[in-house]
Design a protein around this ligand. Sequence first.
Ligand code: IMP
Length: 199
Amino acid sequence: MKAVLASHNKKKMAEMRTILAEVGVEILSQADVGVDIEPEETGTTFEENARIKAEAIMKATGLPAIADDSGLVVDALGGAPGVYSARYGGEGLDDTGRWQLLLKNMEGKTDRACRFVSVICCAFPDGTEIVSRGKCEGMVADGPTGEGGFGYDPVFWLPEMGKSMAELTAEEKNGISHRGNALREFKKEWEKKQNGTDQ
Ligand code: IMP
């Protein structure tokens, strides 16, 4: 099957491509199919936003479309930045500005527990869909370390590994990440759908 990946984030796309290759899904980018739309993420949950993105690209291309909506959920901040992770602090900030703001908002907080969440939605032209969710537990670090990954990775501390997410290789990150976990769930559901055992 061919499916369009509904994302403009190159690093996120690379992570998704690697894992989806194992499912036997041939991934096309929006550029490959000449569809340059970026639907507004008006939902208040990861599920709603993943569905908005997947459905818009599926309708524009007539092909199955896969979208991920993801973010960082911090307990001491009441779940923020959550679904607003990409827009935390407003449009003027880049990835570095956003994690700097996060560290500032975490000053003096002793509860550093947080998690990355990813929801994957695949919308099919026949109106059916597969939705899967994955998470990865960690702590907000006191400062940044590592050069890998993207977004909040430099300040996402993995206590069991003694490293930040940005210090992992791409393979290590895919093995434990929220997106990796959501995609592995997606893979199971996809295989059930292929075998007609999802009834
Ligand atoms: P989305 O493209 O609307 O799903 O935005 C997701 C945002 O959440 C990204 O822009 C990052 O700020 C953050 N995020 C999601 N996944 C990751 C990750 O794997 N590492 C670091 N930050 C992430």
